[in-house]
Write a protein that binds this ligand. Structure first.
Ligand SMILES: [Zn+2]
Length: 201
């Protein structure tokens, strides 16, 4: 056995300090022993690049990064904020681990109403609920949503045709090519969400 005649092939991604290096070099290593495989140590926890909805990460990260960026941008853009409700419903239905399970059925029905009757109808329904609550009405009025399909059991679906990670986020933000184009993309995500959930039936 000899000491110090072979340096282990250990790659550190940041300077480890003299003490650590000395410990490595002081390991007794036999000349005859085969070199161990090269090891790379990553400092910190590597982020997963696969989202709960099945999508791979985009330039901004996974869907939650896109979602938070959308929520931040719409705060300063009242026109973009009009799509807030379908954005929230679609995001939670594509990532139900982040949602309150008891609200998912209502959010699923709201998304169907949005696709069926349009954004204005969804906004009118939201305004109706707010007015009702201010007047002390009994909870959420489920009557306007009764005609729509309930949330199928057995979810979440493994993948969706369109996801938040697919949203283009250029220098001009999410509405760089106009609010109608942004609205069509949110509608495509909403449609993909309902489609995949309904396929579980
Ligand atoms: Zn996702």
């Amino acid at each position: 056995m000899r000491r110090f005649d072979w340096v282990p092939a250990l790659t550190l991604t940041r300077p480890s300090g003299r003490r650590y290096e000395r410990n490595l070099l002081s390991l007794p290593v036999s000349r005859a022993s085969p070199a161990p495989p090269r090891v790379s140590i990553m400092i910190g926890t590597p982020e997963t690049d696969r989202c709960e909805c099945g999508a791979s990460a985009g330039p901004l990260g996974v869907c939650v990064d896109y979602y938070h960026a959308v929520l931040a941008e719409e705060q300063g853009d009242p026109l973009m904020y009009r799509w807030h409700a379908p954005v929230v419903c679609a995001y939670l239905l594509q990532h139900p681990a982040r949602a309150h399970q008891k609200y998912l059925d209502g959010q699923f029905r709201q998304l169907q109403l949005f696709l069926d009757l349009g954004l204005d109808a969804m906004l009118r329904l939201a305004a109706h609920q707010v007015t009702r609550n201010k007047r002390g009405g009994p909870g959420f009025d489920v009557a306007p949503l009764a005609a729509y399909a309930p949330l199928p059991p057995g979810g979440p679906p493994p993948r969706f045709r369109a996801t938040f990670r697919d949203l283009p986020a250029g220098d001009g933000g999410f509405v760089s090519d106009g609010h109608p184009a942004y609205g069509r993309r949110i509608e495509a995500i909403a449609a993909a969400t309902v489609e995949s959930w309904l396929a579980l039936r």
